[in-house]
Design a protein around this ligand. Structure first.
Ligand code: IMP
Length: 431
């Protein structure tokens, strides 16, 4: 039976969605991205070879699978073209029809990148720590109804007019407010018409395609970017990204009704990480935090920035489960915790002398929260060869059981290493 599955991050992004989507892609016929842009980055290791993708769903590594980018995504044409070239150089994406891009997806223009960087610079100590890819400014223009969509790159007159309407205002901001160089309309018009020509064959109507796949009872996998706690409405605002990263975002961003989603899978690491600024109650500033960063190779695949590391947070996970309706978790990077004694789980926060079990909606309150930890015995064994739960050390199994109990959510899969095969599969969300 066909099933439609949404995969999202349940923390602050970088949970390892790429590997999970790559694995689950074998059960889906179409893999769709629905929000975010090239602020995301998936590092995939297949047969020992590393591939980093920012725009294109990880499903593209499976020849013959359809991959789509929905209207809710923002696309940097130069970046996606580079990805297409890199895939082709590895003899992937042999058939261009396997990649479909929504003509309604908004385009990240050079002024979006320039403004993102200039604003961050001007914020000084109050910066958000964005990826600098122009994501926020692009979504702003979309909401302001002045954005440029992918289909606009296919029409010289439309693109010229839209650039002429946008650029003067952006140049005032760039040159007058931020003291940066103004951008030139003609150059942008020429380069973007050229991008449009190269992308023309990929442009499609994604919601219509989803409707067709549904009618034909074919399974669809919706691939989220970033994580629930970076959601523009439900995350730690303003330290968030500019899109809906919760599971509901899949419906709005791809163009499918909520009644058509069968299962929501949340991805979490065995610990927690965050890149950029913003509250992170379980953050570690000690040897354990440094160890997680080194062993877990916690450096951004988009910006290379070191990720802040800390203990897993059951309060935050319960919140993510609630706002996204997560049916089951995939827990990644269990191997990174081998040799850490004891292991800790935040089960509540202490706020103004009170114990709280709900994730606060205000950043100020969250900043004031002290985690209440439950300590558990760690394990020293290398777990990378485990393929069944029974092959894990008893302490690791107890740790996983406790996470399930505290979040009232089952674990469907456990990743014990970066490779595709280094995975314990308990339950397939497509079954
Ligand atoms: P932006 O999405 O570039 O505007 O960045 C806003 C915030 O989201 C910053 O804290 C970024 O570090 C964070 N962020 C954006 N994309 C990702 C991601 O893919 N993984 C983790 N953090 C991200």
């Amino acid at each position: 039976m066909a099933r439609n599955v949404v995969v999202i991050g349940a923390q602050w992004g970088d949970e390892g969605k790429g590997k999970v989507v790559d694995i689950l892609s074998s059960d889906a016929e179409l893999i769709v991205r629905f929000q975010g842009g090239n602020n995301a980055g998936h590092t995939l290791v297949v047969d020992g070879e590393k591939t980093v993708l920012h725009h294109i769903p990880s499903g593209i590594l499976h020849p013959g699978k359809l991959c789509a980018i929905g209207p809710g995504v923002v696309i940097d044409p130069e970046v996606i073209l580079r990805e297409i070239d890199a895939l082709k150089a590895r003899r992937l994406l042999a058939d261009d029809r396997d990649l479909r891009l929504s003509g309604s997806a908004h385009v990240i223009m050079p002024w979006h990148r320039a403004l993102d960087l200039a604003r961050e610079e001007s914020r000084g100590g109050a910066r958000i720590g964005t990826t600098g890819r122009g994501i926020g400014p692009c979504y702003e223009d979309k909401a302001a109804r002045s954005g440029i969509r992918l289909a606009d790159l296919l029409d010289r007159d439309v693109l010229r007019e839209k650039i002429a309407r946008s650029l003067p205002e952006k140049n005032v901001l760039l040159a007058k407010l931020y003291g940066k160089e103004a951008l030139r309309a003609e150059e942008i018009l020429d380069s973007h018409l050229a991008y449009g020509e190269r992308l023309r064959g990929y442009v499609d109507d994604i919601p219509r395609m989803l409707g067709r796949m549904e009618k034909e009872a074919r399974s669809i996998l919706f691939e989220g970017a970033q994580g629930a706690l970076l959601d523009v409405d439900h995350g730690t605002y303003p330290y968030v990204t500019s899109s809906s990263t919760v599971a509901g975002g899949a419906c709005a961003g791809a163009g499918i009704g909520p009644t058509r989603i069968d299962t929501v899978v949340g991805i979490t690491k065995a610990y927690a990480t965050r890149v950029g600024a913003g509250p992170f109650p379980t953050e570690l500033h000690d040897e354990v935090g440094r160890r997680l960063q080194q062993v877990g190779q916690e450096f951004g695949s988009t910006t290379g920035r070191p990720r802040r590391c800390g203990w897993i947070d059951a309060v935050a996970l319960r919140y993510a489960v609630r706002v996204s309706g997560i049916d089951g978790f995939v827990l990644n990077k269990l191997d990174v915790l081998s040799g850490v004694h004891p292991v800790k789980i935040a089960v509540a926060y202490r706020l103004a002398g009170e114990k709280v079990f709900e994730f606060p909606t205000s950043v100020k309150a969250l900043e004031a929260c002290e985690p209440v930890y439950e300590e558990m015995e760690g394990w020293s064994e290398d777990v990378r060869k485990a393929r069944k739960m029974s092959q894990l050390p008893a302490a690791a199994r107890r740790y996983l059981d406790r996470i399930q109990e505290l979040t009232d959510t089952e674990i469907l899969m456990v990743s014990v290493g970066p490779g595709r095969e280094e995975t314990i599969r308990i339950k397939n969300p497509f079954d």
